[in-house]
Design a protein around this ligand. Sequence first.
Ligand SMILES: [Zn+2]
Length: 477
Amino acid sequence: MVNARADSTREAWLTTLDKFRHDRDRPASPDMWSPRLDAASRDELAAIQSEKLRAAVPFLYENSPFYRRRFERLGLLPGDFRSTDDLGKWPVVDKAEMMADAAEHPPYGTYTTTTDEVWAKRGWMMFSSSGSTGAPRVFRYTHVDREAWAWANARALLAMGFRPGETVFMLTGYGPHVWAWGVQYALAKMELPTIPGGGMDAKARANIILRLKPTILLCTPSYALHLGRLMQAMGHDPAATSVHTLFLAGEPALAVEPTRRRIESLWDARIVEFYGCTEASPHVGGYSCPAHRRESSPAATHLMEDIQVWEIVDPETRRALPLGQRGLTVCTNLNSESSPQLRFLVGDYTTFDAARCACGRTHLRAIGSFAGRADDLINLRGIKMFPVQIEDAVRALPGTGDEFEIVLTTDGGGLDIMTVRCEHPEAAAGGTELCRRLEQEIRSRCEVRVAAEVLAPGTLPKTEFKAQRVKDLRRKS
Ligand SMILES: [Zn+2]
């Protein structure tokens, strides 16, 4: 009997997913993949979300032991969720809770709805969280997810300007990370050509850019800097290559103004970004708005609300905040067979705006984009700051190199101290003065006193993929 309910709720959920996947194979207009979804009224979006929620909740209840236990603990039943207005009854799910479940039920945990049987019949790919803190969480996705993923990403890529005539060079190792794979399948749906860039070093990639002339690069912001500098060292000018767009993800780029400028001028290219997380895949969570112009306004990232419900919660109470207030992102994912999470704490600080955008889209925008995840917040003697604030200070000093690191230690007196290390060509001659200026730049942004060290170029390790900026060596007591 239990299995029959698991199957019937799965069937109902898959039918509902299918019902709202409009314009599944090709765009219905040149600039908007699905105008009836991308430009739907806010009431229509809310109605779609609620109908999806009414099918997703019983499906989770019957197919995910993690969710079943949570319903029982909270004294709730699937029928308690009739619309998105009911979401507040469900306390947010965070990574720690998922990690505990994964530790208790290795290796997959019970927070997804992919059973061994489903995996054997329709399994597509296994992805894992990056595992920067704790054990990685694994997610098994099906071919239903693959299709939903390609469709949602294609909508976002079209919005970001991907059109016939472009060739995308994928600067990724093709590991078990969701971003590049999701883009790869979306590009296939759009019939845009790609060059796979796995299994080769930066020099080989630079040579491909020079010889095969791709127009769009997909990489992390750190890698865009690394590769551009390498090309300069090889005697080439990245700004003079065929590349006109850098498609970045994995680290904040648009939200960190000096870094954005540095990358854009190095390549003479525009930057577009994806935003998302493994847990609420399969697809983009947010994407750069096509109407957004850097000169006149802060970066704006569109979310896709017919497939996800996005909320901002208070970092302390984790309760939903009114529209326009700054807090942490929470996502209810309504576009997945395998991981339709309810109120997952993605945990980036931002502010949402629901006004209709100049690009014609009606979906929420994250204003100022996303500058950092709550997990990344550095707490130094009670003062909290993001690594990107330090990055901003380092970049403000003319002539500094691309690499920097933040080292946290405890001194002999038990006091926690922060040292920011960066590189500068004049380190030998003018190091003391440069240190003093960097310390001032940091203090003006973070209101904290730190020590600066300015080193000769080439001293710090080069970032190849995702930058590890913070070294926390503090004594824990
Ligand atoms: Zn827009």
